[in-house]
Design a protein around this ligand. Sequence first.
Ligand SMILES: O=P(O)(O)OC[C@H]1O[C@H](OP(=O)(O)OP(=O)(O)O)[C@H](O)[C@@H]1O
Ligand SMILES: O=c1cc[nH]c(=O)[nH]1
Ligand SMILES: [Mg+2]
Length: 209
Amino acid sequence: MENVFVLDHPLIQHKLALIRDENTGAKEFRELVEEVAVLMAYEATRNMPLEESEVKTPIGPAKVRMLSGKKLGIVPILRAGLGMVDGLLKLIPTAKVGHIGLYRDPETLLPVEYYCKLPSDVSERELIILDPMLATGGSAAKAVEILKEKGATNIKLMCLIAAPEGIHGVHKDHPDVQIYTAAIDEKLNSHGYIVPGLGDAGDRLFGTK
Ligand SMILES: O=P(O)(O)OC[C@H]1O[C@H](OP(=O)(O)OP(=O)(O)O)[C@H](O)[C@@H]1O
Ligand SMILES: O=c1cc[nH]c(=O)[nH]1
Ligand SMILES: [Mg+2]
C-alpha cells in the first residue's frame, strides 16, 4: 500500500499487545502508549535531512552530521492523541505542538470540531498528526483538511491501530499523507470501533468509561 508504513519493530509489537489487553489499566496503558510513540517517532523520522557540520571534541575537530534545522510540528487530535505527545517530544524536544479538538458523533460517526490552536508558522512546518485510532478516517481526514487550509503541505499521520476503512478514508482525499501505524486491523464493527482494536483509546487513557 502506497504511503502506508506498518512499523513492525518487535518492541513496538510487544508493547502494542499489552496496550490491546483489556486487563491493562489506565496507568500502564498511558505509559505504554507513550513508549510506543517514542519508538514510532524514531522510525518515522528516519528520513529527516542531515547537513554536514563540525564540532570540536576535546581531542580536535570532528566532521559531523546534524539535523538540517527543518521545523517540525506535532498535532495531537484531542483527546486520545494527547497520549502520544510526550513520546514525540522526548525525541524532538524543539517541536511545536498544535492541538485539534475533534470528537466523533456516536450516531453519524462524523467528526465534530471543538478546538483548534496551531503554531503561527504551521504552513512552514513538517507536521505529524497524532491519534492512536484510525477507524473510519473521518477525524484524521478532518485534521488534515484543517492543516491544509492553513497552508500546510507536508503532513504525516501517526497512529497505533488503523482499520482498512480509515486508511482509505484519509487517502481518498489526501493521498500525499504518509500514514505510520503499528498495525492494520481487520475491520470496523457496527458502532465504528476497530476490530479487534483496543476499545476506546480516549476512555482507556483518561479513565472516563
Ligand atoms: O477514524 P474515526 O472514525 O474518526 O475515529 C477515530 C477517532 O475516534 C476517537 O476519538 P473520540 O471521538 O472517541 O474522542 P476522544 O479522543 O475524545 O475519546 C479516536 O481517538 C479518533 O480521534
Ligand atoms: O476503535 C476505536 C474507534 C474509534 N475510537 C476509538 O477510540 N477506538
Ligand atoms: Mg474516545
